[in-house]
Design a protein around this ligand. Structure first.
Ligand code: ZN
Length: 691
């Protein structure tokens, strides 16, 4: 019996044949092979040569990576108790191996000793990035410094875990039952859910919690001001010294944040950086903290007048229509919802009727074919569910022939056992294989969670679904259209974290283009494309309060940057000084929002939260090149600009710095004008309206 996870070279995983019992034997064998390869290439007598190391070690680790990728994929999209158990049993062993590989001093020494004269440009770049990552993991430290570095890592992992647990436990700890008459205004599903929860707890009324599906609709819709105030206060004091209730004192994240910040600073200094922000940016597109701060401050300066107008509109509306003379922090979301309803009422349901999944997909393919001169055709492969399809991307060649550049799986529908959300993942990367000298073409997973098609009707997508599909396809194109032959720097591999969302967010822009929308929409009954009046309302709703939203994101990002640039920074003082500069709404003195800011204290976003805005600036500015072209041609779907975008950004992977790629495409460094325009944050007289 053959094990389908022992994938032969050049083949794709036989997804339909993989069973939980295949996992342990295959992983044991592949890890053993990879370990033995690591031992071989790090032996004293093994030559310090790129090709020799790659032929032995990379071939073994890539085979392991592809097989484990297939297991992880099934765990995400076709989970069963047996599969989950087999996955979890293998996980520790796999993680341990990758950690061992990344920390191997012997391998670091071998790669460091390679004579670069004999490497091509791609190999030199791949080697440079590999060495950089070794160094940032402490490979050059010695003696006491090395031991201290390891201790810092361990303690940071503990503290992050603790921070996350406190935030979670503090959220879960709050439960408050209100009588039915105080629940007025809440949507039917929230009323139903909270009544059921109260009943389960042996009480009558509605049980409110701080979890998002309850907290958010209460802040948006609960007519009872006191209910909103109580929930708001509980929410913004979670895991802090201001929190109330049993056990609150043990969940205070204040001391944990201080220790995390001190350790990060020490880590940065051990590695030779002035502060943690500099260390964080060493692997990112932004060159230094000053550049990030300048961008954020620029955004704040330009968005602030609009944010103040947003607030003024809320105040006026609250006074005239809601009888609220002096709105408090727990009122703004509520007022915003009421104003939005009054201004832009249209239903998601109505919009959905125009987006039939097959039509949207066909329109997306047509767009991509025109932009990048490729063809997408249906292909055959072993899949894990009958609703999954497989496609091939082909490029026509001048001699009339064509070449396959990549393939992808599309798993569009939500179902039992499938993780929520949407994502792109690689099945394998483009690679000029050192073992066979064959060119391996890239293969991608596209996973979404759209509604199911029925037997006689196609699935209908919301506009958000359409945006999600385009977003993930942007990632997939980045992965598949690459022309780089070294797999560590091909496609999305090695791309700076703050640049990796450029192609995905770039593709989203087309979902707001009138011409493209005509191509991807057709009413389920009449076949008519999306009407202009409905489109105009969608655009207006998109821009609603975008000034305030921009200021909020800038506040989080600036706070994160400043916190990681100072020595012994005080969390609350830093927040206060940032708020003094950019906040347009007052915050009560008891508010402790940093205490649950898990992105930067429990996730990987420390001195990196700005990446969201950074990538938006890049993608909007890149799309601006298409809009400028569209001004003269009347069509943003421009093949010439598309070819340039493909050549300078999509094809190059991380073979050069993302900033160099951006400049090669745009002819200059990125600027914020296009993002402000797309967000509706421009004065009427200097906006350019794309056709
Ligand atoms: Zn993304």
């Amino acid at each position: 019996m053959t094990n389908p996870l022992l994938i032969s070279q050049g083949a794709l995983p036989d997804f339909a044949a993989i069973r939980p019992e295949h996992i342990a034997p295959a992983m044991n064998q592949l890890i053993a092979e990879a370990k033995s390869a690591l031992e071989t290439v790090t032996a004293a007598d093994f030559p310090a040569e790129w090709a020799a190391i790659s032929r032995c070690l990379d071939v073994a680790t890539e085979r392991l990576g592809v097989a484990w990728g297939a297991v992880g994929h099934l765990n995400s999209v076709a989970d069963t108790p047996e599969l989950r158990q087999a996955y979890n049993e293998a996980l520790a062993q796999i993680t341990a191996f990758w950690t061992e590989l990344g920390a191997s001093e012997a391998l670091f020494g071998k790669v460091d000793a390679i004579d670069t004269e004999r490497l091509n440009a791609e190999q030199q770049r791949a080697r440079e990035l590999a060495l950089r990552d070794f160094v940032l993991s402490g490979a050059r430290l010695e003696g006491e410094a090395k031991a201290r570095y390891a201790a810092i890592q361990e303690r940071q992992a503990e503290l992050s875990q603790l921070f996350g647990e406190h935030a979670l436990d503090a959220t879960d700890a709050f439960k408050w039952v209100i009588p039915a008459e105080r629940a007025a205004g809440l949507p039917a599903d929230v009323l139903e859910g909270s009544a059921a929860e109260a009943q389960a707890a042996g009480q009558t009324g509605h049980l409110l919690t701080l979890k998002m599906p309850c907290y958010l609709p209460v802040m948006q819709f609960a007519d009872d001001r006191g209910v909103r105030e109580t929930l708001y206060k509980a929410y913004v004091t979670r895991a802090s010294d201001q929190a109330e209730g049993e056990g609150a004192a043990e969940r205070d994240n204040g001391p944990i944040m201080e220790e995390i910040l001190a350790l990060r600073e020490e880590e940065a200094q051990l590695l030779g950086f002035a502060n943690y922000a500099e260390l964080s940016l060493a692997t990112k597109m932004a060159k230094d903290p000053a550049q990030v701060n300048a961008l954020l401050e620029d955004l704040a300066r330009r968005a602030k007048p609009h944010a103040l107008q947003d607030v003024a509109a809320l105040r006026a509306f609250a006074k005239a229509h809601l009888g609220l003379e002096d709105p408090q922090p727990w009122d703004w979301t509520y007022i915003g919802e009421k104003l939005k309803e009054a201004r832009y009422a249209f239903s998601e349901q109505e919009v959905k009727m125009y987006f039939q999944a097959p039509k949207v997909l066909a329109g997306l393919f047509k767009l991509v074919e025109k932009l990048f001169n490729v063809y997408i055709t249906q292909d055959e492969a072993s899949v894990w569910h009958p609703s999954v399809s497989f496609y091939r991307i082909v490029r026509p060649l001048p001699d009339g022939q064509s070449e396959t550049i990549g393939q992808f799986y599309l798993d569009p529908e939500a179902r039992q056992g499938k993780r929520g959300g949407a994502w792109m993942n690689d099945v394998r990367g483009r690679w000029m294989r050192p073992d066979t000298a064959d060119l391996q073409t890239p293969v991608a997973h596209m996973v979404c969670n759209f509604a199911k098609a029925s037997t006689d009707k196609p699935a209908l997508l919301t506009h958000d679904d359409v945006i999600t599909l385009f977003h993930e396809f942007g990632h997939a194109l980045h992965h598949m259209l690459t022309r780089v032959n070294e797999h560590d720097i091909a496609g999305i591999s090695g791309v700076e974290w703050d640049a990796v969302e450029l192609p995905s967010q770039f593709m989203e822009n087309f979902c707001w283009d009138w011409g493209v929308l005509q191509d991807i929409s057709a009413h389920i009954e009449t076949g008519e494309p999306l009407p202009r009046a409905l489109f105009d309302k969608m655009v207006a709703a998109r821009h609603f309060q975008s000034g305030m939203q921009m200021m909020r994101q800038v506040e989080f990002s600036l706070f994160d940057m400043r916190l990681h640039q100072q020595t012994g920074a005080s969390v609350m003082q830093t927040l206060q000084s940032v708020r003094d500069e950019v906040a347009v709404l007052p915050s009560p003195s008891y508010s402790r929002t940093p205490h649950t800011f898990s992105h930067i204290f429990a996730g990987g976003y420390a001195a990196g939260y700005y990446s969201y805005k950074w990538a938006e600036v890049l993608s909007a500015d890149a799309f601006g090149a298409f809009e400028e072209k569209g001004l003269s041609t009347g069509d943003v779907v421009d093949a010439e600009t598309g070819a340039k975008f493909m050549r300078e950004i999509l094809e190059v992977g991380s073979s050069r710095d993302a900033m160099d790629s951006f400049k090669a495409f745009r002819g200059r460094e990125p600027n914020i004008d296009a993002l402000l325009r797309h967000s509706g944050l421009v004065d009427a007289d200097n906006s350019i309206e794309p056709a």
